[in-house]
Design a binder for this molecule. Structure first.
Ligand SMILES: [Zn+2]
Length: 206
């Protein structure tokens, strides 16, 4: 039997003023996503958003506390960025984050040696750049995704073009036979251990 093609849509920099609308789209489509949260954005008023993410079957992951580039940080500061974010999320909704995305994909050996989670990148929609049109975001994702891909998007503040692009991204991937899963599920389904040293994942088959 042929295995199903899988893709994991991931969203960085929330929770923000558009996160609920991203969830509305995912819920309407009956699919899940993976959210890499910035710890300092996880304020008490966002608790219902995190609860909704989990209720919909989405995954919550770690995108640092301050979103500063971490490649020049000391081990101590790196560990603090990660631990504080994990604690904020744990205290709010009682889960442990299992994956990490480095801010700006800035990397160092010190980061790999001090962050005890797999590092996730993904097929870049360039949706962090306001000049990237909604159609360009769609086309960039569709051009890159293969079975096992993680897709990098942003539910950052006011990122309306991604709200515009997302339904078409989902429809066209579905037309190509993809099913939508979380980061944890894509590794599980493919039988691949994400815990490998000094590894930045964009596709589980990389
Ligand atoms: Zn980010």
């Amino acid at each position: 039997m042929e295995e199903k093609k899988l893709v994991a849509l991931t969203f960085d920099d929330g929770p923000s003023n558009i996160t609920e609308q991203v969830l509305d789209i995912l819920e309407a489509e009956g699919i899940v996503g993976t959210f890499f949260l910035i710890g300092q954005n996880v304020t008490p008023d966002k608790k219902s958003t995190l609860e909704r993410q989990l209720k919909l079957g989405c995954e919550i992951c770690n995108h640092s506390l301050t979103h500063n580039p971490m490649s020049d940080m000391t081990a101590e500061v790196i560990r603090d960025e990660i631990a504080k974010t994990s604690a904020i999320i744990r205290d709010m909704v009682g889960i442990e984050t299992k994956f990490f995305r480095p801010p700006y994909i800035a990397l160092s050996d010190t980061m790999y040696d001090n962050i005890d989670m797999p590092f996730i990148c993904g097929a870049d929609s360039r949706d962090w750049d306001p000049s990237t049109s909604a159609q360009d975001r769609v086309d960039r994702v569709l051009a890159q995704v293969t079975d096992g891909s993680l897709v990098l998007m942003h539910d950052m503040k006011d990122n309306l073009k991604t709200l515009e692009a997302l339904p078409e991204i989902i429809r066209r991937l579905r037309d190509k036979g993809f099913s939508f899963v979380t980061a944890s599920q894509i590794f599980e389904a493919k039988g691949i251990d994400p815990n490998q040293p000094h590894k930045l994942w964009s596709n589980v088959f990389d």
